[in-house]
Design a protein around this ligand. Sequence first.
Ligand code: ADP
Length: 410
Amino acid sequence: MNTQLSDRVDVERALGGAVSELAAALRGQARPAEAGASLAGTLAEHALTGSVRGCAVCLIDGAQAVRVVGVAGNTGHLAAGSVWELAPPLLDVLSDTNPIQRVEPSASALGQALGVDEDGELVATPLRIVDDAADHAGPLGVMLLVRDRPAPLAEEECAFIEDYSSLAALALHSSHHTGSQVASESMASFLNLVVHDLRAPLTVLSGYVDLLRAGTFGDGPKAWEKPLEMIAGKISETHRLVDDILLAARLESGAMPVSIETLDLGEVITRAAVRSEARAGLAAATIETKRSPQPVLAAADRFQVDRIVDNLINNAINYGGPSPWIRLSVDDAQPPAIRVEDRGVGISPELHSRIFDRFFRVDNRVPGTGFGLHVGRVLAEACGGSLRVESSVLGEGSVFRIELPAATTN
Ligand code: ADP
């Protein structure tokens, strides 16, 4: 048995692959059906344990058919994309609540196509969403595993297969929904699961890379400096993506508490400028602050407002051209506002509202997730305020405006 597959690293790799495909699908880079197929392929591939030589993921397609959406390993003549009649014994498998079932291979055309010989075994596991949402009463499909050595499946293999079948069901369910439907409970629990398992190893990785760069393990060759720097950069990019995914899951499940207090917006921008000094230094960016002579008080969540401003500064640096210039200012208006201004690439007028859509990105050459502005807007609204583009001109720069409810002074 390929025992390594039950190792955490492989599970994480599988989840990471599935999630980046999911993210691509949600960004609109792949059509949902294609994304579903490649997700199924990824999951099928990683569901292979040592005693399994081939795996196929099939989706129920209408009332009388199943469609093979992903295959991995040796699945005989069974190809992805083929459509099969939904007949016994598959029909029995799908109506049985048992998560792992044996199927007599010769009893079905599908089994024959998979090329299971008389010493072999066909195991079927229905793809069901565990915390079944109301719109999915029955299973979505079935995962078929071909085994050449029909010794009983080991307990850990069963657990592994069950985990993957529920994961596959969640992934397929999410990838076949678009827009607001994606914000379903199942999506939130899928993301939570993925993020939880990805954060810990990333933290360990970045810790080791930092130690290597600091020379804690002795001086490395000079030629290693650049690659290590690149690895560190990629790790922090992945961290950011994982954090964004976690935040999304929290926002979607409504588990994002806000704690409203009185904030002096002048202090907010001064602190933000200090926090971003290191990042600005790396990008040769200049950050100015322009406070109002009087305190400008708003009632909002300090932590969330800081997060929104940090994200706008990051964007102003990322999309600010070669030596970005950024000005943070406070507008003593009703309602009071923080403005984040840059002289960067600007945004064409028809995109001023679309950039707040989840995963929407204008230019994929700059690394990012297309998530920050969406999250910023949701957080501003959760504080009773708003986030919008005040003005932006292509090639000249942009002004983003966060309005917050005024605090009542006594
Ligand atoms: P990300 O930066 O990760 O792509 P955001 O949600 O923060 O995600 O931004 C969405 C898109 O809006 C960006 O991909 C970028 O094209 C555009 N954008 C955001 N901020 C600016 C800015 N200050 N200037 C120009 N374009 C911007």
